[in-house]
Design a protein around this ligand. Sequence first.
Ligand SMILES: Cc1cc2nc3c(=O)[nH]c(=O)nc-3n(C[C@H](O)[C@H](O)[C@H](O)COP(=O)(O)OP(=O)(O)OC[C@H]3O[C@@H](n4cnc5c(N)ncnc54)[C@H](O)[C@@H]3O)c2cc1C
Length: 352
Amino acid sequence: MPDNRLPVLILGQGLAGSCLALEFLKYDIPFSVIDVPWMSNSSRVAAGILNPLIFRYYTLSWRAEQYLDFSKQFYRELGETLKKTLLHEQPMLRIFGENEAKLWSSKVQLEKFSPYLSKELLFSFDGIDLRFGAGIVGATAWIDTALFVSEVRKLLKERGLLKEQQWSYDQLRLGVDEIEFEDVAYKSVVFCEGYRAVNNPYLKDIPFRPVKGDVITLKIPGFKSDYILNKNFFLVPLGDDLFRLGSTYTWDFTDEKPEPQAREKLLSDLSTVLRTKPEVLSHVAGIRPAIADRRPVAGRLPGMDKAFVFNGLGSRGGLLAPPLAHYLATMISAQVQPDAEVDPARFNRKTI
Ligand SMILES: Cc1cc2nc3c(=O)[nH]c(=O)nc-3n(C[C@H](O)[C@H](O)[C@H](O)COP(=O)(O)OP(=O)(O)OC[C@H]3O[C@@H](n4cnc5c(N)ncnc54)[C@H](O)[C@@H]3O)c2cc1C
């Protein structure tokens, strides 16, 4: 087979591998995926919130202005094709702490924030204590990440493009200009294994800092909200009195099991504003694949013509995966100048 008709091998089918597979389908690039779902929960437990703001620093998140509409359109179109609701466009109610209303009002004056932050503030909301007020972020949304990866999985299986197998790195023969996995030749390989990449010998220059997060599903009888609520937690309305509450950040962890302390913290944070006692229905956890410089990594590995990485989506995989999958698919099929901010070569140029 001529080299350019050999398939690209995608290792991992979370948000990264799924978005890349969809881009390959769109541009008719041959590929196959190898994945088992139980090696990482991240894309199955994520709340999938697309939020252009980082409230901790009151800044716009990296490339939010550039990526938000692209990503929403990506999930909207796929949802229409599959006849599934993947994208939920829902504004966010930011519940202020002491003195935050002043900060919000000063940011609203700035051109880059004005498309996102409401001028009007709210001081009452049924069932919620708004003693310091609240503001609305109009452009937010959430995607049903579990449904998204399971629908992509179904689609790949139907087309014979997914192999369910737990792989190990020694099954891969990765030369400078040839790739084989279990004696089958591929055009190239893309590593999309989420936080498990900490064990990848080809990615040892990338300073991964995985971070665990817990999420709880609650029933709150009688409480209604058309907003995603945000304070030092998020509360996503799922319908029928059900809500998703999250999430914690734990850097020191040993496994993906839900943590009792994380559950207590989430419920205690919520109780500072919610007037009803919620009922806990389930509790799950996952590990976000974050990188020390808080940027994703997408591109060709230094010194390797045919090996690529797509990782480091951190806590913003929903927003970052579609545009970066598009960029990577273009890079794999044509000559494009690497985007220095996401290029894995950045770690060979400087010390983190
Ligand atoms: C609690 C929590 C809340 C979050 N909330 C949000 C949010 O609101 N908004 C947002 O945008 N993002 C959120 N995120 C982050 C988002 O989920 C991640 O950025 C995203 O899931 C990363 O996707 P990934 O494809 O890189 O990795 P993963 O989802 O980890 O996918 C990797 C895949 O590779 C497979 N795999 C790995 N090793 C092997 C192997 N050896 N053999 C076979 N298969 C293998 C895994 O099983 C998995 O299927 C959240 C994450 C967590 C944990």
